[in-house]
Design a binder for this molecule. Structure first.
Ligand code: S3P
Length: 419
């Protein structure tokens, strides 16, 4: 069982944005509760290579911003490691800056589609070269002289939306971006606080260029995506009761809470407050013996996209059928997360079927130990460490190190809560 309370580590999405927006602002920025995960460190590395002075002290980061037009052409290739958020968002910034730069990443990044970002940036007049017509790394961006666009998003992706908002900061006029489905809006919230001229009306985002962004101190909310592993662990292991403090509760991210409630899970929000423009609160989660299946589809998908792997584990412990669909995006994450969950949960004895855009899980089933192939995907690895809490026999992960991408200290925390 899991028992105890803890302060949640910083949000990955917000930490990336804090470094990027601080780097292109004018003045000194202090970022507290920064996520020291490998992905966010990759973002720091890229901006240092473009001449930004970034200092790390414990869990705080100090950034001396170079201003909107102050980045320098990097001497070397920019390596984003495993980070999709870094490569997508930085592309928007590079498109606006008057130099060329080349982006690469690890073998997972090499398989992740980039045309969703490079196509609309090309529409803004940016010259971009890369493998398969700039769909894959290495990608070379020749920035500068961007034209304003009106753009209808083709995929529900906050990474694409954010890249375009960042490019729009440098355009020669007002840009409009239309989302089909609302995705996480940390970029809109944070950029406004840096002085960007952004208006949001339902699914439309209008951006007017400004001359400069101004420095901010940012306190990073806790990462609900990281919390989701502990939430599910507490819901499924007998006798558990956990308080997770400082959880980011931005409504574009809280699909997991809605689903847990729909599945009869015992979860309560306490002490809601606003920190650096983001809603945060504490979560009280208790063992829930009467979980039931649910259908998870349509608009809720972007609000819980990263939590689907661990929701699949939860569904194996719920009575009845859980259907997850409209989630084709899972195939182009750090790994093909549909396949990774279906194959590995099948090995553990779950009743699970793969769909083109999701999966169907029939519960409740007893899980047994297995050798798990993580594909070096942090969220797959953590999902199966949670499945192990209730399985007969050992769950062996072929890679544990990948968890450091988003959740440094994960196993120490899990061990400290395990009673
Ligand atoms: C992220 C957006 C999501 C998410 C990723 C982080 C972000 O990706 O899966 O982990 O920080 O904007 P998509 O926008 O591609 O769905």
């Amino acid at each position: 069982m899991l028992k105890g309370s803890f302060e949640l580590i910083g949000d990955k999405s917000i930490s990336h944005r804090a470094i990027m927006f601080s780097s292109i602002s004018k003045g000194y920025n202090k970022i507290s509760n920064f996520l020291m995960g490998q992905d966010c460190l990759s973002t720091i590395d890229c901006f240092r290579k473009m001449g930004v002075d970034i200092e790390i002290k414990d869990r705080e980061v100090f950034v001396k911003g170079n201003g909107l037009y102050g980045l320098k052409k990097p001497d070397n290739i920019l390596d984003v490691g495993n980070s999709g958020t870094t490569i997508r968002l930085i592309s928007g910034i590079l498109a606006g800056n008057n130099f060329d730069a080349t982006l690469i990443g690890d073998e997972s990044i090499a398989k992740r589609p980039m045309k969703r970002v490079t196509d609309p940036l090309r529409l803004m007049g940016c010259k971009i070269e890369g493998k398969d017509d700039a769909n894959y790394t290495p990608i070379k961006i020749y920035g500068g002289n961007l034209k304003a666009i009106d753009y209808k998003m083709q995929v529900a992706s906050a990474q694409v939306k954010s890249a375009l908002i960042l490019g729009s900061l440098y355009a020669d006029g007002r840009c409009s971006i239309y989302e089909k489905v609302k995705s996480r809006n940390h970029t809109e919230i944070m950029l406004k606080s840096f002085g960007a001229d952004i208006e949001v009306e339902d699914l439309t985002i209008n951006i007017n260029p400004v001359k400069e962004l101004f420095s901010q101190d940012i306190n990073v909310a806790g990462d609900i995506s990281s919390a989701s592993f502990i939430i599910v662990g507490a819901l499924i292991s007998k006798g558990s009761e956990v308080v997770i403090k400082n959880v980011g509760l931005n409504e574009t991210r809280t699909g997991i809470i809605d689903v847990v409630k729909a599945m009869n899970g015992n979860i309560e929000i306490l002490n809601e407050r606003v920190v650096s423009g983001e809603l945060v609160g504490d979560l009280l989660v208790k063992y829930s013996p009467n979980l039931v299946g649910a259908t998870i589809d349509k608009e809720i998908i972007p609000r819980l996209i990263d939590e689907i792997p661990v929701i699949a584990v939860l569904a194996t412990q719920a009575e009845g059928t859980t259907i997850i669909k409209d989630a084709k995006e899972l195939k182009v994450k750090e790994s093909n997360r549909i396949k990774a969950m279906v194959d590995n949960l099948t090995l553990m004895g779950a009743d699970i079927e793969e769909l083109e855009d999701g999966m169907i899980i029939n519960g409740k089933t007893k899980l047994s130990g297995a050798n798990i192939q993580t594909f070096k995907d942090h969220r797959i690895a953590m999902s199966f460490s949670i499945a192990e809490l209730i399985s007969d026999g050992e769950v062996k992960l072929d890679d544990k190190e990948c968890i450091g991408i988003s959740f440094p200290g994960y196993f120490d925390l899990l061990n400290s809560l395990s009673k």
